[in-house]
Design a protein around this ligand. Sequence first.
Ligand code: FAD
Length: 512
Amino acid sequence: MNEKYDVIVIGAGNAGLIAALELVKSEKKVLVLEKNNVPGGAATSFVKGRFEFEAALNELCEYGTKENPGEVYKLFEKLGVNEKLEFNNTLEAFNVYCRDTSMHYEMPFGINEFIAKMEEYVPKSSEALKKFFYLAEECKNAIFYLEENKEYVDTNYLKKNFPNFLKVATSNVDKVLDILKLPKKAQEILSTYWLYFGSPTSTLSFVHFASIVYSFISKGSQIPSKKSHQISLTLAEEIEHLGGEIKYLSTVKEILFKDKKIAGVLLENGDIYETKHLISNISPNTLYSNMMPEPLIPSSAIKLTNSRVLGARGFSIFLGLNQSAKDLGLDNYNYYIYDSLNSEKEYQNMSNIKNTSCVATILNNVVNSASPKGTTIMHFTKLFMGDTFSKNITEKNYFEIKDKIAEDIIDDFEVTTGIVIKPYIEEIEIKTPVTYAKYFDTPDGVIFGYKATGMDNYLPRMISLDEENYIKNLRFCGGFDVKLSGYCGTYLSGDLAARLTLKDIKMEGSDE
Ligand SMILES: Cc1cc2nc3c(=O)[nH]c(=O)nc-3n(C[C@H](O)[C@H](O)[C@H](O)COP(=O)(O)OP(=O)(O)OC[C@H]3O[C@@H](n4cnc5c(N)ncnc54)[C@H](O)[C@@H]3O)c2cc1C
């Protein structure tokens, strides 16, 4: 007899773990199947020499603090895991270097502090910036209202309480910042964080950008004291403690159907597990192309998936340095190294293999004990779009190319900041889109889901959630889903997928 579960979750990434925990808390019989030997997907750590490196997390948005909690804090509170975790506030919002003007801007957290600092860099920017934050807060509240009242949206309430949100709901960032008359230089500094959206401000949804930047500046960003693996491990332990099962080294090969309805999954090792409800923490691209019989995939699902653009591919350099950050002069937490503050130009650079724009973080400046005393952990994240990386490599030149990219990034960091790090490298680990494709099984080593651009962003995806639920009892979660990528989006997306699945189970009960 094959074992039967109320729900099977494919993948133990951030979203899969949250979905599973929420379901076991609702007393469902849950199985999580994970192809790797540890939970977390990207949210993990790895050891090299005497260093344990954080594998992904630079900034966790929407956690906040007990006094000023964000959506992730509230979710973790609901799931009862906050007291098992310890977080530290990062130092500054952005510390950005632009090579074209040789300028360097350091922006603090806190809305008043942010506005005051901007006024120093860009005189006469504060009134427009105040308007931006006012509007950004309204957008955030409007999104919250829409999410909570999706079944019945009271348009009069919407018009009365969120009139400005309605005016900007379909606009891009540039358009709204121009309307607010924010000076161009202040627009560019404010938009430093665009990189994590993977879309230039000319096509990035204002509502999406503003609501995240509002949370980021007002609540700060946090990182866990024992790397993000601590969060993943805590979630996994809690699932198992409450009776859920997680099977590692268990790669799902095929979704099984009976009478065109979800019936279970087949693993690569031949095991079969039965269920009527699946949650996929892996992308629709992977699921539809490799794991389902084609005739059972509705053509609208294929059309939608094909219409979406894959987001940024990741290239990371992890350095273990044999000096303290203080001795090296690495005083900040984050270093954005851009050719220019113009996001359109920088976005074009993401298609140039030789470009060295990147963001670097210094873990020890937030978590003192992140590595042995007198050492430093430094992490560079570089993003490429499309096939920029893959078209330049062959099996033969792979190591040469990746080493060259890493060397150029480190050299240019030193030249731009004047901080010397190369002689102090004790350990180096380079991860490329090939590594990420292999580890997460994401298409092309994408690390930020689908590009959130034009009309394909959070708000329209959320509004069409019901119409896009193409296969009964199959729900998606994670970086490729409605709440977009990043730790915050994926945790919240796991929560949403669990709630929708509970609703599906209830509906099924009333059908029978
Ligand atoms: C270098 C880097 C830096 C980043 N920096 C930040 C940051 O600073 N802030 C931020 O918010 N976000 C950041 N991110 C993005 C963030 O890490 C991701 O958006 C998020 O972790 C993705 O979570 P997910 O739930 O979509 O699952 P994933 O992490 O993609 O996990 C999916 C899981 O499914 C498993 N799986 C795949 N196929 C199968 C199969 N067939 N059978 C069973 N299991 C399968 C995989 O092994 C994996 O464990 C970064 C990512 C990277 C890589």
